[in-house]
Design a protein around this ligand. Structure first.
Ligand code: FPP
Length: 248
């Protein structure tokens, strides 16, 4: 068995971790700062979490940066988050590229400002051959919207009803080709799915922490991965241990 810096066996490291980066607003409020200061601190933390993901050997990371519902926030916050996305691309793209990170986007890109679309497409193009870690940025993403979009395309492609299977639907989702998340981490203690990867999360394990996103550090990430390594994933069946006992 090969041990990683995490001290968990390689085969117990999740292949795909998804994160709901929640609590930026409350982090700022606690400090008497505007909400956008929370998102900026959250962005700094994201940089650290991406590095840790590469270091831990997790192959896919999906982050929930802007939901289809977030348009309902005050206009200055929406504008601020749009600015952060562009700023992250401007400042971090070279470094991410050097680290071997491939950037992908999930969500409705065509509904964003054309200038933002152009930057996102450039980042995707530049990093498309990197394979050390795949970073899916969910921006203007909603799980229901993703399913609606998939169904619309299945119908417009003239697929007969009897050909519609789990695998076919997977191919029409924004995450086509990406394995389902093994572990979903949600910060700030909320016990909700919030329209995130609702199809793909069917058998994901959850790790929910009260820590606000800007404070979710490498040690806690490590604890989340260690907790995952100790889970017994049964996928609706019984555990292999129980099967062996009943066959004995
Ligand atoms: C939820 O916290 C967080 C968001 C809606 C935005 C997450 C964005 C970042 C971490 C910045 C990185 C962004 C990009 C584009 C790469 P909240 O504001 O709902 O917190 P609250 O529940 O405490 O109000």
């Amino acid at each position: 068995m090969t041990d990683t810096p995490l001290n968990i066996p390689m085969e117990k490291i999740p292949q795909h971790v998804a994160m709901i980066m929640d609590g930026n607003g409350r982090w700022a409020l606690q400090r008497g700062l505007p909400r956008l200061a929370g998102h900026k601190a959250g962005t700094e933390n994201l940089r650290r979490v991406i590095r840790a993901t590469v270091e831990f050997g997790v192959k896919y990371l999906t982050i929930y940066a802007f939901s289809t519902e977030n348009w309902g926030r005050p206009p200055e916050e929406v504008q601020g988050l749009m600015f952060i996305l562009q700023d992250v691309i401007d400042r971090e793209l070279d470094e991410l590229n050097k680290q071997g990170v491939q950037l992908r986007h999930i969500g409705r890109l065509e509904r964003l400002d054309p200038k933002i679309q152009k930057k996102v497409l450039h980042a995707i193009e530049l990093t498309k051959h990197n394979d050390r870690m795949i970073l899916n940025v969910a921006f203007n993403y909603g799980g229901r919207d993703e399913i609606v979009n998939a169904v619309q395309h299945i119908i417009s492609d003239g697929i007969p009803a009897e050909d519609v299977t789990d695998e076919l639907i997977n191919q029409y989702l924004y995450t086509a080709g990406v394995p389902d998340p093994d572990l979903i981490i949600r910060t700030s203690g909320e016990l909700r799915v919030s329209n995130f990867l609702i199809w793909q999360a069917a058998y994901s394990e959850w790790y929910i922490t009260p820590t606000y996103w800007p404070d979710f550090d490498k040690d806690e990430y490590r604890r989340a991965l260690e907790a995952f390594a100790n889970r017994d994933r049964r996928y609706g069946k019984v555990s292999s241990g129980e099967l062996q006992e009943s066959n004995a």
